[in-house]
Each structure stands twice: as C-alpha cells, then as structure tokens.
Design a protein around this ligand. Structure first.
Ligand SMILES: [Zn+2]
Length: 275
C-alpha cells in the first residue's frame, strides 16, 4: 500500500467501507470535516455511522444529511442503553429507518460483560429491534459480549425472517465464530485483530471466516490499530486508519490487499444495500 507523503496516511488499494464508526462521539464534533477528508484520502470512501441510542441515531441521521453519499447510518439502541428502550421507541426507530440513509437496525444485541442494563432489559430491547428489522426487511448491526449462548439462541429463533445480520467487532472464541457462521451471519473485524497481545486468538480465528462473510470496521474513536507506524499523536482512532486493519487481515489470511479490499467492500455494498 502507498503512503500519503503529506500526512503519512496509509492509502488502501481500492475504496473501503468502514461499516462501524461512532462519528457522533464528541471527540469528532470539532473536526468532522478534517476527519472525513482524511478518510477520503486514505480511500475509506463510505462510512456507516453507528446509532447506539435514539438520540445518537437521530444525530447520525443529521450527519448523513450533511454528507450525502459518503455517510449512512444505523438506527438502534445499544445493549448498554436497553433500560431506555420504551414502548414508544419501536415507533421512533421505525420512523428514523424510513430515511434512505438508514441502512441497518442496530447497534443492538446482548452485553453480559458489564450489564449496564439488566439482562431482561437487554433481551427485550434486542427482540423488539429484531421485530423491527423483520418488519422493515433491513439488515441488523449486532453487538455481543459474553452473551453468545443467549444471543445465538434468540437469533436462531428469528433467523429465517431476518434478511441479514453482522456481528460487529467480533472478538469471541471459536465456538462463537462457528455458531454465528452457522447462522449465516457476517463478521465485522476491527483493529482488535492488530493487537499483538489480546488479538492473537482472533488472528488465528479469522482464517475460518469465508471471504464472502467478512467486513472491516474501525469502531472509531475506539480501538486504535496497534500496528500503526508511526503512531498518531492523538491516541484516538478514526476512519482514515482502516487500511491498517486491511493490512493486518491481509497478513493473517495470506491474501493480497487489493483483492481483500475489493471483496470486503463488495460484501458491505451487498449487505447494506448501498447504491
Ligand atoms: Zn459494539
């Protein structure tokens, strides 16, 4: 891959889609134009902005209106925020999802690692959002941490009626990976795979992901890829750093960067029904 000599950005060999970026995060608000310009320079041409609550989903929608064709968004309530999921939330998300820039329902799922909302609240919010995705025939953007057994049980029950689902920021074990692939889920890989310590298991596991089910994401501003050279002064991740995830995955899979870039972007285009 080539490097932009002015700002040292690694440039992807083909246009990439960052399928998960928390662009409504306050760390981006004062420098949005610059962040999006750098993403373009690195060939990260399309960004899917993650909606994690009603408010964040609405904020994501506003961003998409400012940058049409470059930004799309998901509408949903994160498992951490499930306690805020009320009866009226279904209709609010339904209305948001009518926007042509809304390309998936989520981020939703189960997170029993921290239980910021109770497991019962999480299951309820997850099931309501599955029903919404089924009704709207929209793909689902899913999160899961320490909850594979319950999440896969729920997904299996609804799976035939869900058009598509991606397990974003997959960091689970082999049992979870094979379980989600059995359910014909897509798998989103972040800079976690670039971590020379806690990413080691994932570096081996990714070899089992069929190429047609793989997508790439930064989850920025989190998870700065630790293979970056030089490391940015600000330790904040951004979409322009997605080529470092591509580079690491190309090494893990022993596949050239160009074809991997093209295949993962094709997958994202198909998954999110991008124009
Ligand atoms: Zn997540």
């Amino acid at each position: 891959m080539s490097v932009n000599t002015q700002n040292q950005l690694l440039i992807a060999p083909a246009p990439l889609v960052d399928i998960g970026v928390n662009l409504t995060n306050s760390r981006f608000s004062h420098q949005l134009d610059e962040v999006l310009t750098r993403a373009q320079q690195a060939q990260v041409k399309t960004l899917i902005v993650t909606g994690t609550s009603v408010e964040e989903s609405e904020a994501a929608q506003v961003l998409c209106e400012k940058y049409p064709g470059q930004l799309y968004f998901t509408a949903g309530v994160h498992p951490h925020d499930s306690s805020q999921f009320q009866k009226s939330t279904y209709q609010t998300l339904f209305n948001l999802a009518q926007d042509k820039s809304c390309v998936a329902i989520g981020e939703t799922g189960l997170d029993f690692n921290r239980n910021f909302s109770t497991p019962e609240q999480q299951v309820n919010a997850f099931e309501r959002q599955i029903e919404l995705a089924v009704e709207l025939k929209k793909p689902m953007f899913l999160h899961e941490r320490d909850a594979f057994s319950k999440q896969s049980e729920i997904l299996r029950y609804y799976r035939d009626n869900i058009v598509d689902a991606v397990i974003h920021c997959f960091t689970g074990d082999q049992k979870a990976l094979f379980g989600y692939l059995d359910l014909d889920c897509y798998i989103g890989i972040t800079g976690w795979v670039c971590d020379e310590r806690r990413g080691l298991e994932l570096q081996q596991l990714v070899k089992n992901i069929p190429t047609a089910r793989l997508m790439l994401e930064t989850d920025a501003p989190y998870l700065l890829p630790r293979n970056m050279q030089p490391k940015p002064k600000s330790r904040s991740n951004e979409p322009a750093y997605l080529p470092w995830v591509l580079k690491q995955m190309s090494q893990c899979l022993n596949q050239d960067e160009l074809s991997l870039a093209q295949q993962t972007s094709d997958n994202a285009q198909r998954f999110f029904r991008l124009p």
